[in-house]
Design a protein around this ligand. Structure first.
Ligand SMILES: O=C[C@H](O)[C@H](O)[C@H](O)COP(=O)(O)O
Length: 231
């Protein structure tokens, strides 16, 4: 089974958690896209849901496939969000933002009663940090913000390149018009401490560590899909 087939397996298993009438946060990325495609089939078969997309990319795919959408302002309380991750550990702490959608993803997940993560087994790690941590920042003063991020990391004994994400020739900008730094700190032994340090920097809008947000993960591997529950 290749990575794409595993993503489809995880997405299929996630569909079992979607109930008629739900207000559903819809994630971003290649795994979330597989979920959207399967969800669209259910919607065409009569399932009634209202979706809130976590990015313009997901919104476009949902519209193309006929999934009814609302904005989070129209539907500020959600039953369930289903989203992918770049990394997750056994405590269901996540690294997200590889696709640049982390701020909206975190806002939508925080507005949801439950967050369900779907991933292929390559995303499950013992310690987070092999995937560079995305940090969304205000373009204003972003160089000063980078220095503040490096200093904050060094207070925790972390170091590594903090690189401004580019999209081709240009600086990558998020749906909200912000920049992203990808921080290669290596292993993150204390995600809560790093989160606290990053959140105290004024130019940081959000970081990709999702802590105590997901209640369940569906991981797909060669042997099929299995679930991991938050402790
Ligand atoms: O910003 C993007 C999101 O956090 C994605 O959910 C994450 O990057 C995982 O994406 P994929 O399913 O493509 O690996």
């Amino acid at each position: 089974m290749d990575a794409r087939e595993m993503k489809v397996k995880a997405a299929e298993a996630a569909l079992a958690h979607v109930e008629d009438g739900m207000r559903l946060g819809i994630g971003t990325g290649s795994t979330a896209d597989e979920f959207v495609r399967l969800l669209a089939e259910k919607v065409h078969g009569g399932l009634r849901i209202q979706g809130v997309p976590t990015s313009e990319r997901t919104a476009r795919l949902c519209v193309e496939l006929g999934i009814p959408l609302k904005s989070l302002d129209e539907l500020p309380e959600l039953d369930l969000t289903i989203d992918g991750a770049d990394e997750l550990d056994a405590d269901l702490t996540l690294v997200k933002g590889g696709g640049g959608a982390l701020l909206r993803e975190k806002i939508v997940a925080a507005a949801s009663a439950r967050m369900l993560v779907i991933a292929d087994e390559s995303k499950l790690v013992n310690t987070l940090g092999a995937f560079p941590l995305p940090i969304e920042v205000n373009p204003f003063g972003h160089k000063a913000t980078r220095i503040a991020i490096e200093k904050a990391a060094s207070r925790l004994g972390l170091s590594g390149e903090v690189k401004l994400r580019r999209g081709g020739e240009d600086v990558f900008t998020t749906d909200g018009g912000h920049y992203i730094f990808d921080a290669s700190f290596g292993r993150i032994p204390d995600a809560e401490a790093l989160s606290g340090e990053l959140n105290s920097i004024p130019g940081v809008l959000e970081h990709g560590l999702f802590i105590h947000m997901a209640s369940l993960a569906i991981i797909a591997g060669e042997a099929g899909a299995w679930t991991l529950k938050a402790k």
